[in-house]
Design a protein. Structure first.
Lengths: 116, 115
């Protein structure tokens, strides 16, 4: 089954304790992206990756890191989480380019993070 | 800079009423346009998309949207809503330039359908 998986689904942590949220897709998609969803603000892009070893900042990258060592995986790293990073996080992937199927994003189930 | 505006933040309709959700974007080049839906407690799913050709696109569950280039708009419509359409709807713009893809989402519109 084609899917994007994220782990963990729920996480409660404390300020300053490093954490990683994993994201994996099995569709051989080039493009992967992380978003955070906050009430009234919609989805805001944190980081994205056009392909292996190619990553770039989105609109709200401060406090986050990513890596893309393999095509299927795109982990999100919070080196020193703070309460303002409490949010719902989504990973997404898509075919890249300009073809008709490109850019339609497939979303993971979400990770609800609470930083105390 | 690329941006998306969804002017209706919260819409309440009775079943069988018609729906139109506004979406306006700003970008000077070629864009692909999307509407995604998020049912309560779930992740986003694609409703419909526009790439090129006929500006009136049809999606799943009876939804359609019309791309009006001169107005930079991509409004979502449904002639008769059902209680099961209660969800949050997001408009998104995708541009592709110089090998890079830029995606921007609107802030979303919460639709509540009353039986």
């Amino acid at each position: 089954e084609a899917q994007v998986t994220q782990n963990p689904r729920y996480l409660i942590t404390v300020t300053g304790k490093k954490l990683t949220v994993t994201c994996s897709q099995n569709m051989n998609h080039e493009y992967m992206s992380w978003y955070r969803q906050d009430p009234g603000l919609g989805l805001r892009q944190i980081y994205y990756s056009m392909n292996v070893e190619v990553t770039d900042k989105g609109d709200v990258p401060e406090g986050y890191k990513v890596s893309r060592k393999e095509k299927r995986n795109f982990p999100l790293i919070l080196e020193s989480p703070s309460p303002n990073q409490t949010s719902l996080y989504f990973c997404a992937s898509s075919v890249s380019g300009t073809s008709g199927r490109a850019n339609e994003q497939f979303f993971g189930p979400g990770t609800r993070l609470t930083v105390l | 800079a690329q941006s998306v505006s969804q002017h209706n933040h919260h819409v309440i309709l009775s079943e069988a009423a018609s729906l139109e959700l506004g979406c306006n974007y700003s970008y000077g080049g070629t864009v692909n346009l999307f509407w995604y839906v998020q049912y309560p407690g779930q992740h986003l799913q694609l409703l419909l998309k526009y790439f090129s050709g006929d500006p009136l696109v049809k999606g799943i569950k009876g939804f359609e949207a019309e791309f009006i280039k001169s107005k930079f708009s991509f409004n979502l419509r449904k002639p008769s809503v059902q209680w099961s359409d209660t969800a949050e709807y997001f408009c998104a713009v995708n541009s592709y330039s110089g090998g890079y893809q830029k995606v921007t989402f609107g802030t979303g519109t919460k639709l509540q359908v009353i039986p």
